[in-house]
Design a protein around this ligand. Sequence first.
Ligand code: VG1
Ligand code: CO
Length: 547
Amino acid sequence: MSILTLPTTPFEGQKPGTSGLRKKVAVFRQPRYLENFVQALFDELHGPDGRADGQTLVLGGDGRHHNRVAIQVILRMAAACGYGRVLVGRGGILSTPAVSAVIRRRQAAGGIVLSASHNPGGPDGDFGIKYNATNGGPAPEALTEAVHRRTLSLTRYRISDAADLPIERPGSHRIEDTVVDVIDPVADHADVLRELFDFDAIRALFARGFRLRCDAMWAVGGPAARAILEGELGAPAGTVVNAEPKEDFGGLHPDPNPVYADDLVAHLMAADAPDMGAATDGDADRNMILGRGFVVSPSDSLAVLAAHARLVPGYRRGLAGVARSMPTSTAVDRVAGALGIACHETPTGWKFFGNLLDAGQVTLCGEESYGTGSDHVREKDGLWAILFWLNLVAVTGRGVEDLVRGLWVEHGRCVYSRHDYEGIPTERADALMAELRGRLPELGGRTVADQRIAWADDFAYTDPVDGSVSRRQGVRVVLEDASRVVFRLSGTGTEGATLRIYLERHEPDPTRHDLPAQQALAPLVRLAGELARIVAHTGMTAPTVMT
Ligand code: VG1
Ligand code: CO
């Protein structure tokens, strides 16, 4: 075995987005593409000639196509960088929350997650890589930007010429001076979850005949869900479906929303529907929750969890505060107000919650994109959310729908929807956003599509802990009754641009809570279309996905 220093030249476009660097598998397959990004990361972390002597690195991915190849490359590069130990998930598998749990429990210096999350997989699908820091959370923007700059000037990378390691079984190996331990992908994460929830109460719930259908979408969440729900909590065999992780997610889109998890929705709408439905995404950090005949919006889910957190052992002492991403509905703000705790509004992406969680300023956080989590790790956590809901149902004796309706009765309903326009040519999407931003100063006080605008801005965030500023995080247009429309471009796609339009209107009147969301939001949809001139810019007359 020896360490090689090999010449390379930069690749354009290795710029991490909302959650790491995501590209087509074919892009990652190019010789030196992955190597360049990993070397740039190691250079940033340890200095250009630095070594990670003695440090521990966690490594795992969501098991999508190319995962196995990439894992072996990174193991050899970590050895060349001098890591003391690499903890790699068995078979190269670790869900995103599991990586976070392992980093924190084993005091690792950080971890590399190979995932493109909810994006489709397979040879023609997407691949991704991101770095999580010592706190277990996604690297802050300052680091991801520095890594990107370094990718543009890289001239060499270092790698051991060792052979592939057998990582399909537990064991300990060596590359150069680096110990590589193959670890159980579920155990650390399960330990964390066991400390938070009342497993006895949930066990009793299942023993009483409560029926759950948990759809792992052929992704990495399956084994953990099966081990805990069926193995430990006594849910009947078959509760977790589509549980075997596949490299191509069965050809499906592993995104737990009503559009891509339509099969689960159909089961929950059927006459003999189970009591609760749940789904997790490609890397098991997202979750969708359903009641019988009822879909829970992610923003409402966060608010319900916050409202009842004290009923769950891990949060018995109450919440320090909560946080939500800016486009997420204000339901949780209303709950926080009633609880007398702070509610922070952050830009989209879990990395912005890290400082608040580390500083002990917030306990729960979430996003409208089916992500919820807490200070138990530094990622959103799909199984955590499912267990939280089960725990609440078990100790309140109330069903999923009843818990959400209780929220609406108390605080009014934040009627909410997100409209995505996918696959827009990038220049057109950029032109749309530029025009919208250009019109911002004149929008306050104007009437558009019969709606009177109170104010509009481009969201900027100052991190209350380290003072870092993130600008241009989304255009907000707010009406006099506080209804709002938010426009931003996705930072996780790999083909063209995706325009996301977030619509929210508060409905205090309980007799109107059952109006279909799209109907209640129709005036805001018209406003959005006119304001952004969507048809003129994109040629599209309807969104490609509505959730
Ligand atoms: C999307 C979501 C965002 C989420 C991100 C990563 O980002 O909107 O809320 O944090 O995906 O989620 P964007 O930039 O495409 O809107 V995951 O499950 O990919 O780690
Ligand atoms: Co995900």
